[in-house]
Design a protein around this ligand. Structure first.
Ligand code: SAM
Length: 241
């Protein structure tokens, strides 16, 4: 049954983020990520590159994976979910064409890392997660690191977040069989939706839907692999598959 998402927390600015970026090996790993994983593969938007450079990814991964935080792969987080590969995060952010004035909805908070990156690219970020433990932990991390323009919600994000709509951009970090109908209704004219879509859970294309003067433009941006969007407008079944 559909339940309206409730607000978990609003972040409070702190200066702890700076502490996390002090170690030299982390700085070097992050720089390698920027140069070898992002720039070489076509991430050219300097605001996206700058955001990826500023967010301490090691703070969003479990302790046992911190040494791999900037590796070229997704990593496990709690509840058998994942923090997306850095390139995937940057690719989706770049595809959203954010200028800094937008209200953005992210579906699939996970670790909170993607929301942190988005928070440096947009005015406000609303991020919704269906698993309470992940939402709570991500909200705590985002608050501790001072991402105070990120609002975390708990609920089935396949409905979007109607109470906070409209949004200038919507990004789903879990794959759906179709574009959830509510996303269309919650987007402003001129806005963009980026979402992996596939007829099976294994084959997904990153799709961008742009609304301009009431007309939709649909683009296929390429092949990616995501965990499934579980919910009324996404996949049903075992949430851990
Ligand atoms: N953006 C995340 C990060 O930076 O760590 C990565 C997210 S992970 C690839 C996808 C997330 O989507 C998982 O945490 C999963 O629980 C969540 N998810 C799946 N279906 C959902 C739904 N209907 N509503 C909200 N979140 C959902």
């Amino acid at each position: 049954m559909w339940e309206a998402p409730y607000l978990v927390t609003y972040g409070v600015a702190t200066d702890k983020k700076a502490n996390a970026t002090m170690e030299r090996d982390i700085d070097e790993s992050r720089q390698r990520m920027i140069d070898q994983q992002l720039k070489l593969r076509g991430i050219t938007n300097y605001r996206v590159l700058d955001a990826m450079d500023r967010v301490p990814r090691e703070e969003f991964v479990p302790l046992e994976h911190r040494d791999k935080a900037y590796d070229d792969c997704a990593l496990p987080i709690a509840e058998r979910q994942t923090i997306s590969q850095p390139y995937t995060v940057a690719f989706m952010c770049q595809a959203l064409h954010l200028k800094g004035t937008e209200r953005v909805l992210e579906i699939g908070t996970g670790s909170g890392y993607g929301a942190a990156v988005l928070s440096l690219l947009a005015k406000d970020v609303y991020t919704i997660e269906r698993i309470a433990e992940l939402s709570t932990h991500a909200a705590e991390t985002l608050k501790r690191l001072g991402y105070d323009n990120v609002m975390c919600g708990l609920g089935d994000g396949s409905h979007g977040w109607p109470e906070q709509a409209p949004f200038d951009a919507i990004v789903a970090t879990a794959s759906s069989p179709v574009l959830p109908e509510p996303y269309k209704e919650q987007l402003t004219d001129g806005g963009r939706i980026v979402i992996p879509i596939g007829a099976t859970r294994e084959h997904q294309a990153m799709m961008r839907f742009t609304l301009h003067n009431g007309e939709w433009t649909i683009e296929d941006l390429g092949y990616f692999v995501f965990v499934p969007l579980i919910g009324s407008y996404g996949w049903s079944g075992d949430p851990h598959t």
